[in-house]
Design a protein around this ligand. Sequence first.
Ligand code: SAH
Length: 223
Amino acid sequence: MNSKQNLNGIGMTSQRTRERLLGRLMDQGITSMEVLDVMRTTPRHIFLDEALSHRAYEDVALPIGHNQTISQPYIVARMTEALVKSGSLERVLEIGTGCGYQTAILAQLAKRVFTIERIKPLLDRAKHNLKLLGLRNIEFKHDDGSTGWQGCGPFDAIITTAAPQQIPQDLLDQLADGGRLVIPVGGEDFQELKLIQRDGSDFEERTLDKVRFVPLLMGQVQH
Ligand code: SAH
């Protein structure tokens, strides 16, 4: 397969298969045209191993190795929509790059995206995938992101795609005034997806959904 065919997709990764996924997202209440348009045109299959690429446009999380997953499209849409609808997206911080799918969606809606991943091989794969899509407004960091990206904030939006038991104070501190944090919070079995908006020294919190994410872990992994 040449690289154009690979990006456009054929068979189970074709545009028609993707349109069905878009229909599902709308049925589940996603209304932002900006978010829907970006999800329509972003190939999810390139973020998966070839053996799983035929399932790329099912609305499910799928394994990406290292005990991690690519997020479910509905959850990516829900989190992104929460940020798009609540204010500006000049500087966005993402904790948990994984294979880079959520990063790709954000990078097409935000001016700049800063993304942190603790597992080096996943970060390297994400860099490769995002380069393939020609997205250049992304800064990458191999680190434990539970303390945010010190010295790089404040951020208009922070998105965490792995779940801590409690919201890390550092992430709240790195929000700009009016900034929003979208984050799953809770135990291993399920979590609540929270949207927190900063207003000066006040933080207004809302619960958006019940979700299931991998845990936010400490430290870095090299291999
Ligand atoms: N954003 C991805 C989801 C990846 S799963 C997507 O679009 O599909 C969550 C990722 O968070 C995993 O790759 C995991 O390694 C990473 N992660 C977990 N704890 C972390 C931490 N403290 N700092 C940075 N990344 C972390």
